[in-house]
Design a protein around this ligand. Sequence first.
Ligand SMILES: C[S@@+](CC[C@H](N)C(=O)[O-])C[C@H]1O[C@@H](n2cnc3c(N)ncnc32)[C@H](O)[C@@H]1O
Length: 210
Amino acid sequence: MELTPGLDRYIEQNSEEEPALLRALRRETYQKTTQPHMISGILQGRILSMLSKMISPDLIIEIGTFTGYATLCLAEGLSETGKIITIDKNEETAYLPKKYFQRSEFAQKINFREGNALEVLPFVNEPVDLVFLDADKENYIKYIELVKPKLRQGGIILADNILWKGKVVTEANDRKTEIIREFNRKLKEDRSLEVVILPVRDGISIIRKK
Ligand SMILES: C[S@@+](CC[C@H](N)C(=O)[O-])C[C@H]1O[C@@H](n2cnc3c(N)ncnc32)[C@H](O)[C@@H]1O
């Protein structure tokens, strides 16, 4: 969500700095990919890192790696023996996350799976502490159905883009807006989950399994 440019700057200046490796990854994402806007913003990245540190997860699943920015932010909070499984089906961009994962201090903790998340997720059989949902909106509900049974009690799902650039409260009735509205409605109605929406960037839902 839009703040004034002054407040944006103030928040950034008074929050943790973006680590150097992530700064380089952001630069290369803008230089080398055709849809660089898909990368998580600096503030969103620091929020993901902070939430992960608060949870100290043993297993994180990220659905939608893109160039690996959020993967590296989330990895900052992993427990000593923790790992993150990150999934993306885009073969063209896969060289970038691979390059930066290798350079990172978390290289041994990152398991990058190239493929369709709908096909990869059924093979994850360990209990999951934290999920970052950031892929195709059409399948958001299916992803929740797939990961919910694997999530520990008290486990967290973070879902990105759930305000859809503010369109959820407009008259817009295009397919993607309807899908996001339906997703938000379903989660709110699900008595086994607790939801709170953070008005950060394009909106992040924090979803907790009761
Ligand atoms: C918004 S980007 C992810 C951004 C990344 N999480 C970050 O914070 O920088 C969405 C990614 O989801 C991937 N994606 C879309 N549908 C997918 C699917 N069914 N399975 C796996 N990846 C998918 C796309 O290839 C794209 O790289």
